[in-house]
Design a protein around this ligand. Sequence first.
Ligand code: CAA
Length: 391
Amino acid sequence: MTVAPMLGWPEVDESKRMLLEQLKSFAAGEIAPKAKELDETGRFPTEIVRQLSEMGLMGMMVPEQWGGAGMDAVSYAMAMEEVSAACASTGVIMSVNNSLVCAPIEKFGNDAQKRTFLEPLATGRKLGCFALSEPGHGSDPAGLKLAAKRVEGGWRLSGTKNWITNGREADLAIVFANADREKGHKGICAFIVDTKSEGFQVSKLEDKLGITASSTAQLFFDDVFVPEANLLGKEGEGLKVALWTLDGGRIGIASQALGIARCALDASKKFASEREQFGAPIAKLQAIQFHIADMATRLQGARLLTWHAARAKDLGQKYTKEAAMAKLAASEAAMWIATKAIQVHGGYGFTKEYVVERNFRDAKITEIYEGTSEIQRLVVAAQELAEIRGA
Ligand code: CAA
């Protein structure tokens, strides 16, 4: 990946360049060599997350005042790509903490919440998860059923959440619950929940196709008490908190997809240069060159869309559509590039000996979580059509 200034793009200043260079060598030297073992065992990469925290990467966009690195979204996208190119499981652990947990507390939280919750999350002393989806509500969170009942001093939460990344390890969860079903989505509230609360249970862990070193948990809330002080944002504005948060999250997942795709492309170039057939490296064959050219072109196109969305965020512009386009393009590019990478590797690519097999399995989830490709198309179409109507 280039970190050099590009035409029309902001300079990557010296401190960011240094961090990205440091991260590049850390990812190559410390993360990538462990990725196969992490994938095979499903072990949570505690030591890597600790080192990422020390580098300021678990709260990258959080202001320094609250323990973060105070960096911009373009740098975050570049860092996410770098980490995910080495290990996509580590990438999503980092992405959830940054985009889905730190970001909404920074945006919607009050000073007391930032002091109590954001600072430990941004410094990496604590890990967060984002509990929106439910067994019956994935793409349609407006209808979520987890109930919030007002009681003296706070709330009691009851119900189930599904597909929660970091759910097994998280110290804190942002939980979305409905306090008034009659009000539809305007009854939804967001809460910051301590996972050590009585009644909070990790009820199931998913056995997955890819990103196996990150946990995907079902969470059960058995009348969990949440103090009033932990209501995040205004009562009834929980869906807005969730959808605002997912706009940023989609830049993170787009960047994760770029990392997976880049790893698959790099492996394919190396393999094609070394593997000989018909008396010469297969990289000499035009058929293989066309695959490499198409892979590189799709990767760079998706990268520019992702950086464009991140840049719009940094400039304070609306970026809902840009983030959806980025995630749609990058996740589909990752799946396509990983498929081509296996083709370039032939039979070897179908074995666990080569990284492209893992890339293929890891890429698939990027088309699903934080909004499926179909949802991204709905978001893009809604925004495009609103522009025609002048909305
Ligand atoms: N930012 C802030 N508010 C927004 C918003 C945004 N981007 N988009 C919509 N809203 C607001 C609207 O203004 C509206 O509020 P009002 O009624 O007050 O005006 C409200 O939210 C509802 O808007 P819509 O009617 O447009 O919403 P909808 O119910 O039709 O849903 C959707 C639209 C695009 C389908 C949306 O539900 C969506 O993105 N679904 C996918 C959910 C998703 O990504 N889930 C993944 C969960 S996280 C995960 O993957 C787990 C993990 O651990 C990684």
